[in-house]
Design a protein around this ligand. Structure first.
Ligand code: HH2
Length: 278
């Protein structure tokens, strides 16, 4: 489990810094052949379990097990296939760490909770009633459309306000339905241009100020390579290995804004950076 650190500086350059614990890291474990950064690496169960234990050893508070890629353009996976991918991994890790199940499908959510998961990480934001029924935590994420089409010219009049209003409505509904632990997530990269992503990241306080705990996922996403590649030419848009430093920097920014949990592939690097800032 993550140690807690406190921000020690009352102000930086005249701006108030929140006194808060360094947030948690949700480590990413994709049991898929086609995830954009780690697809195929952990498709066999022993490799997935080994990687899950590595994430725990690095300090992950939660391990997020997913059996379906939701990268832009990804094809959906059949429920049977998804279950076959994730269940042995959830079962194998649930005694060692808090496990979330990254799924859009009710059947997978129910089976994963029976196998030991205690958070539904729901990029569809449609499983609130299922979380209420199961008595588990729920991450409601914002997405425009679905993964196959979401990056086809996404449009917002005011991306920050629209994402916030959507998430608050979902969180309130879930709270009223009896979900005790609701997280909100703006869904970086899910139906959003680079400009939309950066607007949300520049205004994370708007989400934090709703009072709902915030989780975000920026890790290794395309826009990170786009920003760093544009500035010094050392990173490419396609090579995810070039995106670690930018992802870690954004995680520390997010924690400083009051975000409680960051979903990340590089757990140790994320926590080290956050500790140094703290
Ligand atoms: N991003 C991805 C998947 N699940 N869940 C939440 N709550 N927030 C996110 O930003 C988020 C998420 C996409 O990243 P990844 O799992 O690395 O890739 P893929 O969808 O290709 O498996």
């Amino acid at each position: 489990m993550t140690e807690n650190y406190r921000w020690s500086a009352p102000c930086v350059a005249g701006r108030t810094v929140r006194f808060r614990d360094v947030g948690a890291v949700m480590g990413v474990l994709n049991v898929t052949p086609d995830s954009f950064s780690d697809g195929g690496l952990f498709l066999d169960h022993p490799a997935a379990l080994e990687h899950g234990r590595w994430l725990i050893s690095q300090g992950a508070s939660v391990v997020d097990v997913g059996g379906e890629s939701t990268r832009p353009g990804a094809d959906p996976v059949g429920v049977e296939e998804e279950l076959e991918r994730v269940l042995p991994v959830v079962e194998g890790l649930a005694d060692e760490v808090r496990v979330s199940i990254d799924t859009r499908h009710e059947e997978v959510a129910r089976a994963a909770v029976a196998a030991g998961a205690s958070i539904l990480n729901d990029v569809s934001a449609g499983l609130g009633p299922v979380a209420a029924d199961l008595g588990v935590a729920w991450v409601a994420m914002h997405m425009l459309g679905d993964p196959r089409t979401m990056q086809e010219q996404p449009h917002y009049d005011d991306v920050v306000a629209e994402v916030r209003d959507f998430l608050v409505e979902k969180a309130e509904e879930a709270g009223s339905a009896g979900v005790k632990e609701v997280w909100i997530d703006p869904g970086i990269g899910f139906g959003k241009t680079t400009e939309h992503n950066l607007s949300i990241l520049a205004n994370l306080d708007v989400l934090v100020d709703t009072g709902w705990p915030v989780v975000i996922g920026v890790s290794r996403k395309r826009f990170v390579g786009e920003v760093t590649g544009a500035s010094d030419g050392s990173a490419t848009l396609t090579d995810v290995g070039d995106r670690q430093e930018g992802s870690v920097a954004l995680a520390t920014w997010a924690y400083a804004q009051g975000v409680d949990m960051v979903r990340a592939h590089d757990v140790g690097a994320t926590l080290d950076a956050a500790r140094v800032v703290a």
